[in-house]
Write a protein that binds this ligand. Structure first.
Ligand code: UDX
Length: 454
């Protein structure tokens, strides 16, 4: 909405939420307090907030006044009931549709922005249409439902929105589709705006994410083979990616994909396939998630094995907790899983991240940090200075590719660490020669080296 407000000065946009605290943060004078860290966002908010972008908890008024409503609520994977572990929980989409049905006036175009299972638009349409039977207001109301999936990636969201590869608008109401297209045409060339039927639009989002995630699982699978054979994943990835048909993006090996979308969307796809009895197709896509889970576990297992089979009472420094650089989002972050494994194995885990706060880590891990005077020899704590975090550590594990970790002073690290000291670099950001020259043992993901050949 911030980008729409910025690019379309004539359109008034209002973001509403039932969470008052969040809305207050979006309205805070100090732009450092905005609840989402996203490069470029603060700048845009400072230009349009309270001019044509408003944040409010007055949901009723915003719906009454709106010509277009974007439903952008979360759709997490169901944890219980039918489809648990695979299907998306649509309760927030449904309750949003009901709220729109209650307050809308005149003609309203309702747009689903949340990533949702195929055929959700039907549910929204039904709720909206049937609401007219019980509606007692004076005005005649009507609705059009469109699907307009979001393809932005966190960390580059503003750039992706300003210059998207494509915008997808799905629906069967041509007038409504043209109206939404006009909004985007304020800054996006028309040929990049694709108009499709509802189901194609919904399925394209799931498919795009599944294809992207599949590339990561593919390259991660090859990384493990590189380690065994003495090949180097960066060389392999470059050689493979230079084939124009394959392309070089999204071929970076790492500790496994995280974020709010990939796993959830693939599991959704798997669920739909099983529903339609396409079991081979379901199994095919499920392997992408299985390989990702294996990749995270492989790293924590390798760390424990390398540290002589045990991390009990050993200090391990985690560099990076967000699921990738340039975001403070920790959802499904590989760090979350690897830290949990290390804690279960009795390690003392010191966590550093330039943008993720201690409170966020606590919430994500569901465990209290270790207190200063706590003399137990396991647990986690937060450290905002990289070198303090490394002090007395047996091992450093780099899990997020923040720039801060690219040029560390490895001699300083060596002097601070317990010996023998180790660096496990799952993002290939450290310089192996510098690490080794400093006297630290080095393991780099996908880099076959003598120590690990067997
Ligand atoms: C993704 C899609 O890219 C976006 O189009 C969709 O709208 C939402 O989901 P996002 O989750 O924000 O976006 O981040 P993305 O850049 O796709 O990264 C996802 C995960 O894959 C991260 O954990 C990242 O570190 C990992 N990744 C990405 C790799 O391990 N290697 C790569 O080459 C690329």
């Amino acid at each position: 909405m911030a980008v729409i407000a910025y690019k379309c000065p004539k359109i008034n946009t209002t973001v509403v939420d039932i969470n008052k605290e969040k809305i207050n943060l979006w309205n805070s004078k100090d732009l450092n307090l905005l609840p989402v860290y996203e490069p470029g966002l603060r700048n845009i908010i400072s230009k349009v907030r309270n001019i044509n972008l408003f944040f409010s908890t007055n949901i009723k008024e915003a719906i009454e006044e709106a010509d277009m409503i974007f439903i952008s609520v979360n759709t997490p994977t169901k944890s219980k009931g039918f489809g648990a572990g695979y299907a998306s929980d649509l309760k927030w989409v449904e309750s949003s549709a009901r709220t729109v049905a209650e307050h809308a006036k005149g003609h309203t175009i309702v747009i689903e922005k949340s990533t949702i299972p195929v055929r959700t638009a039907e549910l929204i349409q039904k709720i909206l249409e049937e609401s007219n039977f019980s509606y007692s207001g004076d005005n005649k109301r009507s609705f059009a439902v469109l699907s307009n999936p979001e393809f932005l990636a966190e960390g580059s969201a503003i750039r992706d929105l300003e210059n998207p590869d494509r915008v997808l608008i799905g629906g069967n109401d041509n007038k409504a589709m043209k109206k939404l297209s006009k909004v985007y045409e304020n800054w996006i060339p028309k040929e990049k705006i694709l108009l499709t039927n509802l189901w194609s639009s919904e399925l394209s989002k799931l498919s795009a994410n599944a294809f992207l995630a599949q590339r990561i699982s593919s390259i991660n699978s090859i990384a493990s083979l590189c380690e065994k054979t003495g090949a180097n994943i960066m060389e392999v990835s470059r050689a493979v990616g230079l084939d124009k048909r394959i392309g070089e993006d999204f071929l970076k090996s790492g500790p496994g994909f995280g974020g709010s979308c990939f796993q959830k969307d693939i599991l959704n796809l798997v669920y739909i396939c099983r529903f339609y009895n396409l079991n081979e197709v379901a199994d095919y896509w499920e392997e992408v998630v299985k390989l990702n889970n294996w990749q995270r576990r492989r790293i924590s297992t390798l760390v424990v094995q390398t540290l002589y089979g045990t991390v009990t009472a050993k200090k391990v420094s985690i560099l990076g907790f967000s699921f990738k650089a340039n975001t403070n989002d920790t959802r499904e972050s590989a760090s979350l899983y690897i830290v949990r494994d290390l804690l279960e194995n009795g390690a003392i885990v010191s966590i550093h991240d330039p943008k993720v706060s201690m409170d966020q880590i606590q919430m994500a891990l569901g465990a209290e940090p270790k207190q200063q005077n706590d003399d137990t020899d396991y647990g986690w704590f937060y450290e905002d200075d990289i070198y303090e975090s490394v002090r007395y550590s047996d091992a450093i594990i780099i899990l997020t590719e923040w720039d801060e970790y690219r040029n560390l002073d490895w001699i300083k690290c060596f002097n601070l660490m317990r010996k023998p000291s180790w660096v496990f670099d799952t993002r290939d950001v450290a310089n192996p020669f510098e690490v080794r020259n400093a006297g630290i043992n080095y393991w780099g993901l996908g880099q076959g080296n003598e120590n690990f050949k067997n």
